[in-house]
Design a protein around this ligand. Structure first.
Ligand SMILES: [Zn+2]
Length: 342
């Protein structure tokens, strides 16, 4: 209302409250006063507003919650609705939404891999090309081969990525995949639609996540991952969460006992299941603090003590490990413990 106030007039005092616009000792609008102060248009709008008959004191009331108290949740919902109404969401390809739904409901994929998949498919990964557009001094070229680093190059076209896919259990020729200039959903959708038993969203995104981590290590730390290290880690990531989430086997079932230590063999088809009793998992990529030397790595150990496999019943320890061959050696040692989690 304040922007309609007529400051030129001298007939009336500037009102402080709504009741200043009523006739004295009544709840009737003082039409002359309102028209003089705010104009006919405001008067027409005001007479539409119902006047409450009660005499109680004014209270501040938040209409979006049943109890009248403002909550951040209700405020967020209101703002989100306003935002959605004023700015329709960008036209996200249906295939992207379908893949994200599939990944999100897959209980065997780690949350951090899901988050990575979301960033990847919503074109939010900070590739060289994407960041260079915003910050010119950031090199847009791939640190391995010097080509422009976009999503497609990083994950499917770079020789390192091609060697990784070809060396994986998928045995994939990534240069044969259909390509797209607007994200990788076409390639990933094509892989998932093939329906091969080992072509799961879990292993595909685990490999892609490790390609991203290897890229960061190469670009920022000058550390070169081998494809075998990358595939070993991707397979462990994909298997480990499945191992924790699996239902326990009956105690008398010993037929699958040997498959417990099969992670290093990268046999994706082998069901990894947990026997009754305590289970110990170990991860050689835990970040405990800034490593002081190239041959030190963070090692985390996760112990489940009850057969329920509830993560609440677990204990987690972490520390730094120094090895002559760096992380690769400690990862090798890890395999003797049977896998990793986190
Ligand atoms: Zn490259």
């Amino acid at each position: 209302m304040h922007d309609r106030l007529n400051l030129e007039q001298t007939d009336y005092q500037i009102p402080n409250t709504v009741s200043d616009l009523w006739l004295p000792n009544s709840k009737m609008w003082d039409e002359n006063k309102i028209i003089t102060l705010f104009g006919q248009q405001s008067m027409d709008a005001l007479v539409q507003a119902p006047v409450i008959a009660g005499q109680g004191p004014d209270i501040i009331c938040w209409k979006l919650t049943p109890n009248g108290l403002c909550s951040s949740k209700s405020a967020y919902n209101m703002l989100a609705k306003e935002e959605a109404a004023s700015q329709p969401p960008p036209n996200t390809p249906l295939q992207v939404i379908q893949i994200l739904r599939q990944v999100w409901k897959d209980k065997l994929i780690q949350p951090r891999v899901k988050t990575f998949a979301w960033r990847l498919l919503r074109l939010a990964l900070g590739t060289g090309k994407r960041i260079h557009r915003i910050i010119q001094r950031i090199d847009e070229k791939c640190s391995r081969c010097g080509m422009v680093e976009d999503d497609n190059h990083l994950f499917f076209e770079c020789s390192f990525a091609r060697a990784t896919w070809f060396g994986s259990v998928l045995g994939l020729r990534s240069d044969n995949l259909p390509s797209s200039t607007s994200g990788l959903h076409v390639q990933i959708g094509s892989l998932l639609q093939q329906g091969a038993p080992n072509m799961t969203a879990g292993i595909i995104f685990s490999i892609m996540w490790c390609l991203w981590k290897a890229r960061n290590d190469h670009r920022f730390n000058n550390v070169h991952w081998t494809t075998s290290r990358l595939l070993f880690e991707a397979t462990a990531i994909d298997n480990s969460f499945a191992a924790v989430m699996e239902e326990p086997l009956p105690i008398h079932d010993h037929e699958n006992h040997g498959q417990r230590n099969n992670l290093s063999g990268m046999n994706l088809n082998a069901p990894v299941q947990i026997q009754e009793g305590p289970n110990i998992f170990c991860d050689a990529s835990v970040c405990v603090q800034q490593s002081a030397a190239y041959n030190q790595t963070g090692v985390g150990i996760f112990i489940l003590t009850t057969p329920s496999h509830s993560l609440c019943s677990g204990s987690f320890f972490s520390g730094r490990y120094t090895a002559s061959n760096g992380a690769t050696t400690s990862r090798g040692k890890r395999s003797t413990l049977g896998g990793e989690t986190s």
